[in-house]
Ligand binder design. Structure first.
Ligand code: ATR
Length: 277
């Protein structure tokens, strides 16, 4: 029951109406019995700078932040957690004791989803496709793991991959190449797609062309989750590779945000069921 004491959580984005987060978080709130409600706030790009004042005046307890606001919200925060600082993007704002603190739970989410997929320890060579915001969070996560000796960073625009590698601490372990020259992906024990290739409405294409570089000695994670079964994952399965879809990262980044706000570890399986197939 919503009462005068119910805490408000939510997500800001543009567009945001198709976000899976309200269903996922409200399911976890129902399961834990915590007195919060989670809603979606459509905020146009120019509105992001006013979100801090809105959180303070309305007493909004926590927000997730999605496209296009992940950098803009940095302007009004009172504090930024080290991971969010390193990634340069915030996906979670925690409002407590009058302070707004930014976090990034995407790097946690990708490692948790890999762990769940059987990759407790990562292989020494990882191929990461993409050089946008999503790739930056994944690259930060990979470089935080000492067992990863080399990240092969492939992007359509190679210069963007070069800039990303230079910007990252530990960038000496990153080797950059154009996405069109993906032959060296064969050497990787893990391939992660962090490009938007394969996402609706352009589903059906793979960032690795015909997928002939994939083989049964590797795992393939696609962080695209619409559709869940991407062309890349179909190619991975056909090649005998372990295929991990983007639902795990989505659910685990959400679970970590929930825990930051409430101090309660949410039931991840409930969150997954609320948005899964
Ligand atoms: P996000 O924040 O979701 O990562 P982004 O910053 O727009 O989004 O990055 C999108 C990524 O997908 C980039 O790596 C982009 O490659 P470029 O840097 O060359 O633009 C990649 N991408 C998107 N559409 C692509 C396509 N049709 N072919 C190749 N790469 C594509």
């Amino acid at each position: 029951m919503i009462s005068g004491r119910t805490g408000i959580l939510g997500v800001i984005g543009h567009p945001v109406t198709h976000s899976a987060s309200p269903a996922m978080h409200n399911a976890a709130l129902a399961a834990t019995g915590l007195d919060y409600v989670y809603v979606a706030f459509p905020v146009p790009p120019e509105g992001a700078v006013q979100v801090g004042a809105a959180m303070r005046h309305l007493g909004i307890r926590g927000l997730n932040v999605t496209v296009p606001h992940k950098q803009a919200v940095l302007s009004f925060l009172d504090g930024v957690a080290p991971e969010a600082r390193a990634i340069g993007a915030v996906n979670t704002i925690d409002h407590r004791d009058g302070r707004l603190v930014g976090h990034n739970t995407d790097a946690y989410g990708v490692l948790a989803s890999l762990r769940e997929g059987g990759l407790e320890r990562l292989p020494p060579k990882v191929a990461l496709l993409g050089a946008g915001g999503a790739a930056k969070a994944v690259l930060h996560a990979l470089l935080s793991r000492g067992e990863v000796e080399e990240v092969l960073l492939l992007n359509r625009t190679a210069s963007r991959a070069e800039s990303l590698a230079e910007a990252m601490d530990g960038g000496g372990r990153v080797r950059v190449a154009p996405l069109a020259e993906s032959g060296s992906v064969r050497e990787a024990g893990l391939v992660i797609n962090a490009t938007s290739i394969g996402m609706e409405p352009e589903a059906g294409i793979s960032p690795l062309g015909d997928g002939s570089v994939l083989h049964d000695g590797m795992a393939v994670l696609d962080i695209v989750y619409k559709p869940l079964r991407t062309r890349l994952l179909e190619q991975a399965l056909a090649a005998g590779a372990r295929a991990l879809d983007g639902l795990g990262m989505l659910v685990h980044q959400g679970a970590r945000a929930f825990e930051i706000w409430t101090g309660v570890r949410p039931p991840v399986d409930v969150m997954r069921r609320a948005i899964g197939p």
